[in-house]
Design a protein around this ligand. Structure first.
Ligand code: DGL
Length: 274
């Protein structure tokens, strides 16, 4: 049973390694917090799966995190944030925060032309979750969306810059570029790593919204609000769990996280609590 006290950890999960971009931001602005990360590397990618499957995976991942002493769940995956977050809220009263609302809020704040672009996986874009969220905040904003399925494998392979990368980005984003948006939400965990190249393609007049940065801020606000922020003056511990081989996770993950990862444990999902 999870105890919701300030000593509890923040449990973060993603379909794989991409959510480490969110963890990195949380580490940066909340270094004293204990963090437990789960990457469901055996079942990634989620972005091409059905709503039902993503919901089941989401609940199974959350069940593992809830077996640890956590005070908050951060859904660091856009696809789960778009289609699976309510399924998690049904099984726990531990607060759950996704990456979608903070990104949508930042986009609404930023747009002057009232034209916002959103890019993400096929499942995220098909769900229209960003559109609904942005419209619920401000009804007169036009939201233009585009699924960019090749971006995830590009990042996984470490292809972040260069002519080929920019050619692929241009192919996906040419219509959005012509559409007169002034704000583009990077609605997928992996896309912040392509930020430089995406910015180059879109031009400097388009502001890119990095959901990782916005989510970390939202986590800090929520912890303050609930009186759950750690008052420790030491750096918190970081624990890493994966559902497939830790080796690949370590290699690519250290690049996402921007620092070394000490120990990575492999677990079985669905996780059984004894
Ligand atoms: N984590 C996913 C997301 O942010 C991207 C990778 C996947 O498709 O699982 O949507």
């Amino acid at each position: 049973m999870s105890r919701k006290t300030e000593d509890g950890a923040i449990g973060i999960f993603d379909s794989g390694i991409g959510g480490l971009t969110v963890m990195r931001e949380i580490m940066r602005i909340l270094p004293q917090e204990n963090l437990i990360y789960l990457g469901d590397t055996a079942r990634v990618p989620y972005g091409i799966r059905s709503r039902e499957t993503v919901q089941r995976y989401a609940v199974e991942n959350a069940t593992f995190l809830l077996s640890q002493n956590i005070k908050l769940i951060v859904v660091a995956c856009n696809t789960v944030s778009a289609v699976g977050i309510d399924a998690i809220r049904e099984i726990t009263d531990v607060p759950v925060i996704g990456v979608l609302k903070p990104g949508a809020r930042a986009a609404v704040k930023n747009t002057v032309k009232k034209r916002v672009g959103v890019i993400g996986t096929e499942a995220t874009i098909q769900s229209s979750a960003y559109q609904k969220e942005i419209k619920s905040l401000k009804n007169d904003i036009d939201v233009l969306t585009k699924a960019c399925p090749l971006f995830v494998p590009l990042v996984e392979e470490g292809w972040l810059e260069g002519d080929i990368v920019e050619a692929i980005i241009s192919t996906y984003l040419s219509e959005l570029k012509e559409s007169g948006i002034d704000t583009l939400v990077l609605g997928c965990t992996h896309y912040p790593l392509l930020k430089k190249s995406i910015q180059r393609v879109m031009g400097n007049e388009v502001r890119l919204i990095d959901s990782a940065v916005e989510t970390a801020r939202a986590v800090r606000e929520l912890l303050h609000e609930k009186g759950l922020i750690s008052s420790s003056d030491k750096q918190g511990y970081r624990a890493f769990y994966v559902t497939d081989s830790p080796d690949r996770f370590r290699n690519i993950g250290e690049r996402f996280l921007g620092c070394q990862i000490q120990e990575i444990k492999k677990i079985q999902i669905p996780y059984r609590i004894n």
